[in-house]
Design a protein around this ligand. Sequence first.
Ligand SMILES: NC(=O)c1ccc[n+]([C@@H]2O[C@H](COP(=O)([O-])OP(=O)(O)OC[C@H]3O[C@@H](n4cnc5c(N)ncnc54)[C@H](OP(=O)(O)O)[C@@H]3O)[C@@H](O)[C@H]2O)c1
Length: 282
Amino acid sequence: MAAVPNITLNDGNEIPQLGFGVYQIEPENTAEAVGRALEIGYRHVDTAEMYGNEKEVGEAIRASGLDRSDVFVTSKLSNAFHEPDEARRAFDTTLSDLGFDYVDLFLIHWPLPTAYNGDYVSTWKALEGFKADGRARSIGVSNFQVEHLERLAAETETVPAVNQIEVHPYLTNETVRGYGREHGIATEAWSPIAQGAVLDDPTIGEIAEKVGKTPAQVVLRWHIERGDIVFPKSVTPARMEENFRLFDFELDGPDVEAISALDKGEDGRTGPHPDTFAYVPG
Ligand SMILES: NC(=O)c1ccc[n+]([C@@H]2O[C@H](COP(=O)([O-])OP(=O)(O)OC[C@H]3O[C@@H](n4cnc5c(N)ncnc54)[C@H](OP(=O)(O)O)[C@@H]3O)[C@@H](O)[C@H]2O)c1
């Protein structure tokens, strides 16, 4: 099978363009799912403090027998810990829960512009410290809108390596992606198949039939052709295999454009809006 390509980030580090997401996988099922994903060939796992399964992700990677350096691991700061001292404590806990002395990528999970006096800038400066001391090889953000990225650019030294945002055929999120492209910030597309909501779309079905692939493979390949990084989640081994087989076919330009044209703008958003999302775990 053709290898998963790497994307080079703005700090020179490389990230596999396809990974495995573990949001909404119960802790008791996580080690098995991640272990299976690693057997299939995934070498990139996307977790977060708020998913509650970092321990099990670390366990599965250790149990796989792979070298730590062979697996790219991302985690994210809980919304509960934006205040810099708390962010530092939370990052220590992430490393000890994973059982690793570094993560490949650490993200601010949400900007929370209406919480913490809107001060995600001092939170970002705490992450700059994690990069400086080598415990986060790369640092980035998630769910940042253009205005949030502009503020980091004006007030801090480090351009985020990635911005992880909701992107799928019904929310193509072109404005935020475009800002990233212009400023060297790689886009990571979360909920890449909109948790299944795009798979019955007739346009996607027709293209899938034409190229002899499944709707999920067509949508994931569309992301790959657009240059974004994806990490579909599944606890179903056959789907985990299906989602990994994206590199033995291509979509032609008109098919990529036809899928991009399914964009519904804000009506296509499935998750919270980053400007107003203010959830802070108690
Ligand atoms: N930064 C953020 O705020 C944020 C937010 C959301 C997600 N994420 C990240 O992005 C990752 C992926 O997003 P997501 O988990 O929300 O959604 P997703 O990957 O778009 O979809 C996952 C859902 O689709 C099903 N599925 C997976 N592969 C399928 C296939 N080939 N055919 C049919 N159904 C399939 C899964 O079911 P089964 O598991 O039952 O097979 C699951 O219900 C997350 O795990 C997380 O790492 C980040």
